[in-house]
Design a protein around this ligand. Sequence first.
Ligand SMILES: Cc1cc2nc3c(=O)[nH]c(=O)nc-3n(C[C@H](O)[C@H](O)[C@H](O)COP(=O)(O)O)c2cc1C
Length: 417
Amino acid sequence: MSPADVKLASRRKFLQFLAASPLLAASDLAAFAAERPGLLPDPMLWAPRALDKLISNPKEAINVFDFEPVAFKNVPPAHFGYMASGIDDETTLRANREGFQKFVLRQRRLVDVSKVDTSVELFGQKYDSPIVVSPTGGHKGYHPDGESGVARAAKVGNHLQILSTQATTSVEDTTAARGAPIWFQLYATNKFEVASHHVKRAERAGCVAVAVTVDRSGGRNQETLFRLRPTDSRDCNGCHDRTSLQASMKTRAMYQGIDLSGLTNTQSSAMTWDYFKRLRDTTKMKIVIKGILAWEDAVLAADNGIDAIIVSNHGARSEDSGRSTIDALPEIVEAVKGRIPIIVDSGFRRGSDVVKALCIGATAVCVGRPYIWGLGAFGQPGVERVLELLRTETYATMQQVGAPSIKYLVPAMVRRA
Ligand SMILES: Cc1cc2nc3c(=O)[nH]c(=O)nc-3n(C[C@H](O)[C@H](O)[C@H](O)COP(=O)(O)O)c2cc1C
């Protein structure tokens, strides 16, 4: 055998070993290794996550992604599909993650970061973390601990929680479980009386702010949901009354005791800036708009007296534009010029993601799916661990860039890659 043949044979042997290795059994790497032997990943992936080795308790999790396959195993496929789904080709869903690779952090040295203060203030309330619990509907569909379990987990790290209009727990019970005021997210519907009822109830429950979601104005094709739903063998009619929109909403905690005649849409396609004048006369709570993506709308929000905005593409669940929110954030920060707080969400999974957004100019960052993975996997302890991991990574990233507190996270610490 020539030296070249020996090299080839040993390479083939190595690839056979890789392809057979349990380390790679559940990853794309085995297929990759077989098809493109000259192009193995560099650096090599020696410890990829494997779907046949799931964590059995929250403490085993190394990162938030460890919870997702456990949630997939535990949660009914229709509910998991609803949670995981993006729209159409899920280009925005991928863009939300890939967007973070397009920004790099720029570190400062010789700064004392032996103690890092990650606290933020929003509307006069202090939170120990810039990580906010996004409003997501129907928590009891993932685990009986539901919104109260999420609230108790948020309380552990003193996070702000925003409760969805589509919650399976009332604003009063969630606030009690959180032990501090929360925010209420509003889906306006086509009927102002319904929205006004929700808002007044949230205000009575002590909510600090109402976050009005403005990015669900049209239909959507949730292909992941539509492919997973038929694999669910349970009788959905036992829980979901699909005879009419009214009947379906009557089962929701926040719709109890409201006259739903004339309700044709739980979202709102007709909403304009005038809506917010009317809303301002209805409540003393702060008004936040969730779903802003263009700097022109951000400026209009400030001009129209809105108290804060959430830069969001609804976790890639409202359009498939292919644009990430981290890409949209800089133009919005630049245009708003500090007039109102800017919160951002969609695709945040790592402390470094959070820190990049804070450096660009966000005041806080919301997370959605990761805590639902934790909830579906292990209930409240899963949510606690997801939030703990995000806090730990954020703290460590702030140490790595040389920022003893959030005010040190400035635009000079981040660059477009
Ligand atoms: C299962 C699910 C349900 C959601 N329900 C709502 C909702 O009721 N109201 C709302 O404004 N946003 C809702 N969202 C969007 C989230 O508030 C947030 O914008 C999004 O989850 C952030 O993206 P991420 O999941 O990638 O972190 C939902 C998102 C998911 C995944």
